[in-house]
Design a binder for this molecule. Structure first.
Ligand SMILES: Cc1cc2nc3c(=O)[nH]c(=O)nc-3n(C[C@H](O)[C@H](O)[C@H](O)COP(=O)(O)OP(=O)(O)OC[C@H]3O[C@@H](n4cnc5c(N)ncnc54)[C@H](O)[C@@H]3O)c2cc1C
Length: 281
């Protein structure tokens, strides 16, 4: 299918992108194009104009200062996957990026576009929530927990540009991992779980678990986190926590998986992510 007609503009700065967005009714940004273009071709999205931000240099690059990794919004999934800075400071994020789609998707899709699109089956929301990331826009800082608000919905205002994602470097004594159950056709997450655990003298002093794919937007598995905190992160503790993985959440039910199956997967994938994170401490 072909998309409906639209106007095309190319922005060379963040200011210009925001002005072009304001000046054009029903505008949408274009970054890697790997969510918006398929949606346009299926006529699920019919923006009147596309403001291409892919050439804005201020939105590119990965750097680290002190205990924070800064990832420009236009950084592709492949760049996150292969970045030495990300691998050194937070291997689990590189791991999650490497599980996205296929090489074509990873070479074009961007981290900013991925979180802005807020597909419930996207991978980054789960791991970014576990890591306690921040979404930086041209005007403000949004905690990842406040960012995803519903199905394809975020806290972004119309025309607000994500400039970078900030991720804390993993502290000593902590381990992190991402695990997912792949949709065999698209490779999206049917359920994906990011986990960060901190151990002190054999006891888990803190634990953050982010779940994506299961509900209309990513969530913290708070009951499972509570069950693991104070435990030895042994098999029994992880099994007990996994039983609480979906507590308090409404599971999605669709052609890919029923709500009951997603509840089951939350436990299975949480177990895998937490065990891997614990092994990496
Ligand atoms: C076959 C296929 C398989 C895929 N598999 C997976 C998968 O396994 N896991 C996964 O997580 N994703 C998957 N994806 C989605 C992929 O990761 C997309 O690249 C990503 O979701 C969107 O990033 P993009 O740069 O392509 O954004 P675009 O498609 O260009 O834009 C998407 C939306 O984000 C907005 N936007 C983009 N950048 C910004 C910004 N800086 N600030 C504000 N708004 C912005 C746009 O306005 C648009 O509404 C898959 C896609 C395809 C086509």
């Amino acid at each position: 299918m072909q998309p409906a007609n639209f106007d095309y503009y190319r922005a060379s700065s963040i200011d210009e992108a925001e002005s072009l967005f304001k000046a054009n009714a029903d505008a949408s940004f274009l970054a890697g194009g790997h969510s918006i273009i398929p949606a346009m071709k299926l006529r699920l999205s019919e923006p009147g104009s596309l403001v291409d931000i892919a050439g804005i240099n201020d939105l590119k690059g990965i750097s680290k200062d002190d205990d924070t990794i800064h990832i420009g919004a236009l950084t592709t999934h492949a760049e996150v996957e292969n970045s030495g800075v990300v691998k050194d400071g937070c291997e689990a994020l590189a791991e999650a990026a490497g599980m996205i789609g296929d090489p074509q998707v990873r070479n074009r899709g961007t981290i900013g576009g991925n979180v802005a699109h807020a597909d419930p089956a996207s991978d980054y929301p789960g791991i970014l929530m576990a890591l306690g990331a921040k979404i930086i826009t041209s005007g403000r800082t949004i905690s990842v927990e406040d960012f995803f608000t519903g199905l394809f919905e975020t806290a972004l205002n119309d025309g607000e540009v994500i400039t970078e994602i900030q991720v804390p470097v993993l502290s000593n004594g902590s381990g992190a991992a991402y695990a997912k159950f792949f949709n065999p056709a698209s490779r999206y997450a049917v359920v994906g779980v990011g986990a960060v655990v901190t151990l002190d003298n054999g006891s888990c002093t803190s634990c953050r678990i982010g779940v994506t794919g299961a509900s209309d937007h990513a969530f913290r598995a708070s009951a499972a986190e509570d069950a693991l905190t104070g435990s030895d992160l042994g098999d029994d503790a992880i099994v007990a926590a996994a039983a609480k993985a979906a507590d308090g959440q409404d599971m999605l039910s669709d052609l890919v998986a029923s709500a009951d199956y997603r509840t089951h997967l939350c436990g299975v994938i949480l177990k895998r992510a937490v065990s891997n994170a614990a092994e990496r401490v």
